[in-house]
Design a binder for this molecule. Structure first.
Ligand SMILES: *[C@@H]1O[C@H](CO)[C@@H](O)[C@H](O)[C@H]1NC(C)=O
Ligand SMILES: *[C@@H]1O[C@H](CO)[C@@H](O)[C@H](O)[C@H]1NC(C)=O
Ligand SMILES: *[C@@H]1O[C@H](CO)[C@@H](O)[C@H](O)[C@H]1NC(C)=O
Ligand SMILES: *[C@@H]1O[C@H](CO)[C@@H](O)[C@H](O)[C@H]1NC(C)=O
Length: 431
């Protein structure tokens, strides 16, 4: 994201400065402010003494950009990839070298109540198998971006929604198409069911969703109903025009689609419709808060979280905006904890991200922080920085943070290695 953002900003700042449309102005101004971290004081990890952080070293946990915690089974699911492959194949980033893509993306699981290794530095970890999942024309592979999950019951039934950005296949020959730039790969949402609850090793494939409204997919948020329904952010919108997509952060063309099975279109794609047709400036890791029934949509470019109430009308879900929270940082993924608090992984300084993208195996000391958003006693939202590694001493370039409210621990995931960090709170968990 950083590299793309960098080039977009560089090329377009001059052109856009001449456009005095207020929302363009706002996105540009705020984007530049967040990009350079203006107005933020970076704080070191030592300023948060109740947390002690350590890395989980495990080669199965490289480049795990997104995570989801199953509270019912106490399993942390991670969508893991391989950094080299991502540099060759990243449809949202406009990189389409299909032959260089990762063939080893997987879902890893950590049993977070089962410490393992020296001094319990890690957790019992396994990689889930997906037998029967066709992948790219039968090769069984996944190309993971965002994920989401849902606890279907106390007896350990879990469903997962995975964004799979696979290359398009020539259906006549079964070969991966040479030039992927035209179709932009085959972006689908794949729904799986965990077989066996706690300790499970296998995912059973339930359903594939594909639709023109799944265009620049970033993150899914599961509804949790029988139709496998979900919302999905298109971070660069769903326009067919490449330039419209590229300029989308400035013109706020990012969108959210709602998809559910049971009403297929004539071309066989699943029925999606635009729940939020546009108006979002780089919408990122949205989340459905099952505690208040609201959808929280962060916009990376302007550092805000828009909150929507889903309004159902037949099979159509429209959105009523109920609030906007200014977080003041560029936001990646949001998570909801057991108490209904929303946690945000934020980038205190976006400039450093570009370096990590260009040289993912280097040491860049990218600042990372975790913010908590919750309803205050007065009814308004309170935003608090809970932990920051402002000098990138231990935390990776963090793209997601999970709060385990039961123990007060924080788990950090990153698109780049090393991936998973376990931040333990040894004093009182902050209330
Ligand atoms: C695409 O990826 C393959 C395999 O990693 C690599 O050999 C090739 O040089 C890459 N092509 C380009 C244009 O980067
Ligand atoms: C896209 O993926 C879906 C679901 O896996 C598959 O059925 C379809 O054939 C794929 N289409 C192309 C063009 O690759
Ligand atoms: C919709 O399409 C999916 C995938 O092809 C299929 O599994 C499902 O049965 C279809 N549903 C209906 C209602 O036609
Ligand atoms: C519900 O959808 C129908 C059909 O699209 C439309 O006519 C009606 O106005 C909608 N109702 C509301 C409350 O939006």
């Amino acid at each position: 994201m950083g590299a793309l953002m960098n080039s977009i900003l560089g090329v377009l700042a001059v052109i856009l400065a001449t456009l005095y449309q207020s929302n363009v102005h706002f996105a540009l101004y705020t984007g530049v402010r967040l990009f350079y971290g203006i107005g933020h004081t970076l704080e070191p990890l030592s300023a948060f003494p109740s947390y002690k952080c350590r890395r989980i070293e495990d080669e199965r946990l490289q480049a795990c950009e997104d995570m989801w915690l199953s509270e019912a089974t106490r399993q942390l699911f991670l969508a893991c990839s391989e950094t080299k492959g991502r540099q060759q194949w990243s449809p949202n980033g406009g990189i389409f070298n299909a032959s260089g893509r990762s063939l080893t993306d997987h879902i890893a699981v950590l049993d977070i109540d089962e410490p393992e290794g020296v001094d319990g530095a890690g957790f019992r970890t396994r990689v889930l198998e997906t037998p029967g999942y066709p992948g790219t024309h039968g090769d069984g592979t996944l190309n993971l971006v965002g994920m989401s999950g849902y606890d279907d019951g106390a007896d350990g039934e879990v469903r997962l929604w995975l964004i799979d950005v696979k290359p398009s296949v020539d259906l006549a020959t079964g070969r991966v198409i040479e030039d992927q730039t035209v179709m932009r790969g085959n972006q689908t949402v794949e729904v799986f069911k965990l077989v066996g609850g706690r300790g499970a090793t296998t995912l059973e494939h339930l359903e594939s969703f594909w639709d023109p409204l799944i265009m620049t997919p970033n993150r899914v948020a599961a509804v949790g109903d029988d139709t496998n329904a979900f919302w999905i952010t298109n971070d660069l919108g769903h326009s067919q025009s490449r330039w419209k997509r590229r300029l989308s952060p400035f013109f706020s063309q990012g969108s959210v689609a709602y998809c559910s099975s049971g009403s297929n279109k004539s071309d066989g794609s699943q029925a999606c419709h635009a729940a939020i047709p546009s108006g979002l400036s780089w919408p990122n890791g949205l989340v459905h808060n099952h505690h208040d029934g609201l959808l929280y949509v962060p916009s990376s470019m302007v550092g805000t979280v828009d909150i929507y109430e889903p309004v159902k009308n037949g099979s159509v879900s429209t959105m009523k905006k109920v609030d906007t929270i200014d977080v003041g940082y560029s936001i990646d993924n949001l998570m909801v904890d057991k108490d209904g608090d929303v946690w945000a992984a934020v980038f205190p300084s976006v400039t450093k991200l570009g370096k990590a993208f260009d040289d993912p195996y280097g040491v860049h000391h990218v600042p990372a922080a975790a913010m908590r958003i919750r309803k205050g006693p007065g009814g308004g939202y309170e935003v608090e920085k809970v932990l920051e590694d402002g000098f990138g001493e231990v935390l990776p370039m963090t793209t997601s943070v999970v709060h385990d409210a039961t123990t007060g621990r924080l788990f950090f995931g990153s698109e780049f290695p090393p991936s998973c960090i376990f931040g333990s709170s040894h004093v009182q968990p902050p209330d």
